[in-house]
Structure formats: C-alpha cells, structure tokens
Write a protein of this length. Structure first.
Length: 349
C-alpha cells in the first residue's frame, strides 16, 4: 500500500512539473504585459488596490485584478487582503526606476522579436539553423538595426543583464595590471564602467557598432569614468582595434557559430601584444547535465539556436575554439553562485 501511495505521489509531482512548464509561456507574457502597463512602477514601494492600479493604467478593473493575482501566484506580488497588493523583492526588480531594474529584459524577452522564433524551435532542431532568419527575412542583429526603438530597449536589456556580473567581475580578476582594457561588443559600458571604477589605473575602450554603443556616453558619464574611455565604432567581424593589452568579450561568443567566433578571436589575436590577454566572460556548460543543475544556461542555449545561431559551450568547446584562433586558455574563474558566468583567460600561442 505504501509503495502504491509513493508511486502516486511521484506521479502527481511529475504531472505538476510538466504543467508548470507548459504554462511557462503565459508567465512570460504576464510579466511582459505588467511591465508595459507600468504595474510595478505604479505599485512602487507601498500597497495599492487593483482598482487604483487599473485607474492609473487605464485598464479594465477586473482584468487588472486577474493579472495582479497571477503575478502574486508567480511570487512577484503579495495580496495582503482581497484586491490589495504589494511588490515582493523580485517584483521590485521589474520597476523601471530602480538601479537594479530588469524591466527592459522582461520587455525584450516577451517581444515578438524574441518569441516568434521560439515558436518555431522544431524547425531549428531539424535544420540546426536559426528560425529567426526565415521568419523575419534577415538575421537578428540586422533586424534590430532597422528598429531603433527596439534596438534601444535591447541595449538597455543587455545592460541590465550585465549589471549583476559587473558587481562580481572586477574583484575576481587582476584588471589593474593592464594599461588599456578594450571591451569588444561592450554595448552601453555597464561592465567596463564597473571595472574602471574598481581599478583606477587602466584606461578603457568600447568597441561596438554605432547602434551598440549608442547609450554608452551617457552611462560612462553617469558612472564618472567617461574621461578614461574612448568609443570606437567598428565591426568585430572585420577587425579589432589596436592599442589594448586586455581584450574582453562578455556575452559575445555565445551569439555566434564556431566559424564566426574564430573570426572575432582571430582579429583580436592579430592586434594583441605579446604580453596581452583575452578575457571571455560566458557560462561554461558541464560535460553532462547533473541532476538539480540550474536549467537557465541550457534554455539560453536554445534561445541562441533559434534566434541568432550561436550556442553556449563547454570548457572543451572553448579550448578548441581558442586553439583555432591561436589562443590557449590559461585560467578559468567561476563567479559566485548564482552568477552563471566564468572568466576564461587566454593568451596568444
């Protein structure tokens, strides 16, 4: 009897797990809708009724209540009494006016530019190619270039995604021994600003497309390091800028296939001085998925597959990739959990 009850309990738990996953898309869209409607901004630091939020948002009162209760079910809000809500610590991250905001990330991850290719995942699994290109008629980054408002949201989202890593990276690597740090694909400068604030000796350079570093000047000025950074516009598939002795690539390599990555790394190899270093900042997948391992990196891997054609990699993958471009890995430093990134240092062979 006890064995039968145990099997039934296990079966119910298994069904619950699958059900939660099947409803995951609704959770994404609920969070995205709440951010677009300004729900978390309107709640602020206090409590408000669903009717108050609906009036401020110009939304249907009952439908707003239903959305807020769904958010409470996702542990983003607390419903203290019927119809009265307050944001949790996680919900507060979805306000647009906080330093640690993840609102732009929530918005971009629920936009069609991200979600439509995911709907065609089976096509990418069959072909090995990104579904995005077939849906939109161009690659992901070219599409963004033609959508300035969306490009700005994406850049803000990438800055928000980098902010946690930027808190850990400066203290886990000796940046102070370099004279010029070049952040290749550095976007709005969130990471480079954090490094330079922690290490007063080096100067910096952000190397990115005009769209990529469009928000960098304001960010660097706000962080008080603008006078130590130059902005260089270029294409890392065409060349890397000379003048650095440390070249940093954060969340760049996973966007591209092996051939494209070898080209990026090869250009850096061409300009790297003898005593220079390359620092790749990416998740490093285990050789096998261990029970209980966080699934985020593997979901990110699928997102790379369907949207841009890149992938997350194991240590062996990084070693092979670096060797192809004339580098040898000299150290791997994981950042503290739950930060998923590893600092991968490489030197020219």
């Amino acid at each position: 009897m006890e064995a039968n009850e145990e099997r039934a309990t296990t079966a119910r738990a298994a069904r619950s797990t699958v059900s939660q996953l099947l409803f995951g898309q609704l959770a994404t869209y609920a969070v995205g809708a709440a951010v677009r409607l300004g729900v978390f901004d309107r709640l602020g630091d206090g409590t408000r009724t669903a009717d108050d939020v609906a009036a401020a948002s110009g939304t249907h009162p009952q439908a707003t209540l239903r959305l807020l209760r769904a958010l409470a079910g996702l542990d983003l809000l607390v419903e203290h009494e019927p119809g009265v809500f307050e944001a949790t610590a996680a919900g507060a991250l979805l306000r647009s006016d906080t330093r640690d905001s993840m609102a732009a990330l929530a918005r971009i991850f629920s936009e069609p530019v991200m979600t439509r290719a995911r709907e065609r995942m089976e096509d990418s699994v069959r072909s090995g190619a990104p579904a995005f290109d077939a849906i939109f008629g161009t690659d992901f980054f070219s599409h963004l270039k033609g959508e300035p408002e969306l490009s700005e949201v994406f850049n803000t989202a990438m800055g928000q995604g980098t902010r946690i890593a930027a808190q850990d990276v400066p203290s886990h690597y000796d940046f102070g021994r370099f004279s010029t740090i070049v952040d290749v694909g550095g976007g709005d400068g969130t990471l480079l600003a954090a490094i330079l604030r922690a290490h007063p000796a080096p100067r910096g350079m952000i190397y990115d497309t005009a769209e990529g570093h469009a928000q960098a000047a304001a960010k660097l000025a706000a962080e008080g390091v603008a006078d130590r950074v130059t902005l260089e516009t270029g294409d890392f598939f065409a060349a890397a800028p000379p003048g650095g002795d440390l070249y940093v690539l954060k969340s760049v390599i996973h966007d591209w296939n092996d051939e494209q990555c070898a080209a990026i790394l090869g250009h850096i190899r061409d300009v790297l001085p003898v005593d220079g270093r390359l620092l790749i900042i990416e998740p490093v997948l285990a050789d096998t998925v261990q029970p209980g391992a966080p699934g985020l990196a593997y979901l990110s891997d699928l997102n790379m597959l369907v949207n841009v054609g890149g992938r997350e990699r194991t240590r062996a993958d990084f070693e092979e990739l670096c060797a192809t471009a004339g580098f040898k890995i000299t150290g791997l430093t994981p950042l503290p959990v739950p930060d998923p990134y590893v600092l991968i240092e490489a030197a020219a062979v």
